[in-house]
Design a protein around this ligand. Structure first.
Ligand SMILES: C[S@@+](CC[C@H](N)C(=O)[O-])C[C@H]1O[C@@H](n2cnc3c(N)ncnc32)[C@H](O)[C@@H]1O
Length: 364
């Protein structure tokens, strides 16, 4: 950081405009350097932090993906600067996280052997209270191509409270219940993110939703503030929104920040559609039923049916209140937009458009 040459007091840093902001669901995604964003966040205001920092493993090695030898490199952000500088970076961002944690707040950091020892040591240096280290076992790790090491099949998560005095949140009973009535151990077996979790795009080190769900459920409560300084493809935000936590995510790379926003938007939409279940023709109860599937119609109760109505309808969801603000029957999205532009609410910003196709059959 440049030295202050003027001796004038430095203005407190101000938060930039978030790249994605949903006040209704208390969600903000910032695109930028987490050190700058964290410096502008007030002290003592976050309940839970999940951090998946650079692993410092992208140093031109090889690994195996889908049976092929591929480069291990994840991106420029993951290159090591050497052990001293890497450790200094870990200490810096951990200190920034510690400042914004509430007195009873806690932090989880995930990492491989390349980074996790430095993270643990930095936590000790900074006076965090170490609570647990979790061994996350990956059931299908890539084979070790060199055959000179055991197959790397685990990642470590360190869980620590802000300081020695912290009375951290731990939802012990819930964890025991999830674990079939037995105390949950510090060894977790969880698979890689499923295809569904990558339907909006991929991040090279994306964490599974199941992992974040367990962490958020274990160490926070509904309404708490969850922060992820290295948000990548937004797994933490997706889970936090689902579990009704307020969320702040920070991601350096614009493409990943946008991926995170897309994933979260889909999540919010699902919440909105459920909330709109009173809308007469939205038919949310059968949201996941594919009525174009002939088997669905070959119902024994209605062997002969006659198509009596077919309609294609568009629902325009407003950004501010996330409600249906305009609906129209139209043959195409273009035609629906045309009609929307001529309606009294056309000045409202649109969050999304839902298209439904309905066919009504009468039994004969
Ligand atoms: C290990 S990945 C996180 C993956 C994430 N947990 C997920 O599930 O998708 C680390 C991310 O941190 C971002 N990053 C690296 N340095 C950063 C910094 N100084 N500030 C903000 N983001 C940073 C990288 O672009 C990368 O996407």
């Amino acid at each position: 950081m440049a030295e202050n040459q003027t001796n004038l007091p430095e203005a407190p840093p101000t938060l930039p405009k978030p790249a994605f902001h949903d006040p209704k669901h208390h969600l903000k995604i910032y695109q930028g350097d987490c050190l700058q964003i964290l410096a502008a966040i007030p002290a003592d205001c976050v309940d839970l932090i999940f951090a998946d920092p650079p692993y410092f493993l992208s140093n031109d090695g090889i690994t195996c993906h889908a049976g092929r030898m591929v480069s291990v490199n994840k991106g420029k952000w993951d290159k090591s600067q050497g052990p001293d500088l890497d450790h200094r970076f870990n200490r810096t961002w951990l200190a920034a996280c510690q400042r914004v944690l509430k007195p009873n707040g806690s932090i989880w950091v995930s990492g491989t052997s390349h980074v996790i020892h430095s993270v643990g040591f930095a936590m000790q240096q900074l006076g965090f209270k170490l609570l647990n280290d979790i061994s996350w076992i990956k059931p299908n790790p890539p084979p070790n191509l060199s055959c000179r090491y055991f197959t790397h099949a685990t990642e470590t998560l360190i869980w620590a409270a802000k300081n020695k005095k912290s009375k951290h949140t731990f939802n012990y009973k819930l964890m025991r219940e999830i674990n079939g009535g037995k105390q949950m151990k510090s060894v977790w077996t969880l698979g890689a993110p499923g295809r569904d979790e990558k339907r909006f795009g991929k991040h090279p080190t994306q964490k599974p939703v199941a992992l974040l769900e367990r962490i958020v459920l274990a160490a926070s409560n509904a309404g708490d503030v969850v922060l992820d300084p290295f948000m990548g493809g937004g797994t933490t935000a997706v889970v936090a929104v689902r579990l009704r936590r307020a969320t702040v995510g920070v991601e350096f790379d614009a493409e990943y920040a946008w991926l995170a926003a897309r994933r979260v938007m889909a999540e919010l939409l699902a919440v909105v559609v459920v909330a709109e279940s009173h809308a007469p023709s939205l038919d949310v109860g059968l949201l996941f039923m594919d009525r174009s599937d002939p088997e669905t119609f070959a119902h024994p109760m209605a062997p002969l049916t006659k198509l009596v109505q077919r309609e294609c309808r568009f629902y325009f969801i407003g950004l501010t209140r996330r409600e249906v603000i305009f609906t129209i029957q139209a043959v195409s999205l273009d035609e629906a937009w045309q009609a929307f532009r001529n309606c009294p609410k056309s000045s409202e910003t649109i969050f999304s458009v839902i298209k439904t196709e309905t066919e009504i059959y009468l039994a004969q």
